[in-house]
Design a binder for this molecule. Structure first.
Ligand SMILES: [Fe+2]
Length: 191
């Protein structure tokens, strides 16, 4: 098994997670910029997939549905959207399926700087870095279901002329770390 720090690849006992007839394209009004939407699980994902993760003691919370335009890089950031009792929690990880473009990478970085934290119009908070303050430490073209760390600086680069869509399953227990989720899915790690 490849010894990775920031991602784990899986083979699950189902071929796809999307409900029959679900179309991912056309869900964002702008196609020239990166898009993120929060969707209920049952809007895109089959019931037996939700049940599978429930049985693994990993009930799902929602979907981060992301759109990546052709030939674009996403800003380097950490996911830190959730507020609980006045505290913003970093979201440690997501379980990703990628559709559309096949020529893209997710990259992880280290940085000596704290980045710049801002709150968007929906009251959601995230921290971002400029590329010049970061050093790339790992990268992956996601081609199979992959658990990815989202609590250290990361971004996505879409090299192709195709749009990239990411269906990222997020867990009900937002305090679970990448390692804790990984432990619950050990039987399905792709070797
Ligand atoms: Fe992210």
């Amino acid at each position: 098994m490849k010894n990775t720090t920031n991602y784990t690849q899986f083979k699950f006992p189902f071929d796809d997670i999307l409900k029959p007839g679900v179309i991912l394209d056309g869900r964002f009004s702008r196609h020239d910029t990166w898009g993120l939407d929060f969707l209920p699980i049952d809007e895109l994902v089959k019931d037996d997939v939700s049940k599978f993760f429930e049985e693994k003691d990993l009930p799902l919370k929602n979907i981060y549905f992301m759109y990546g335009p052709a030939q674009e890089s996403l800003v380097i950031h950490v996911d830190g959207f959730v507020e609980e009792n006045g505290t913003f929690h970093g979201i440690h990880c997501g379980l990703n399926w990628i559709y559309g473009s096949t020529n893209h990478v997710m990259k992880w970085y280290s940085s000596d700087t704290v980045g710049e934290t801002s709150v968007n119009k929906e009251g959601l908070r995230r921290t971002r870095w400029s590329a010049s303050d970061c050093v790339s430490i790992e990268e992956l073209t996601i081609a199979v279901p992959t658990l990815v760390r989202t609590d250290i600086p990361h971004n996505v680069v879409n090299f192709s002329n195709e749009k990239r869509f990411c269906v990222s399953l997020r867990f009900a227990d937002i305090t679970l770390t990448y390692q804790q989720v990984r432990e619950k899915l050990l039987d399905y790690i792709l070797i």
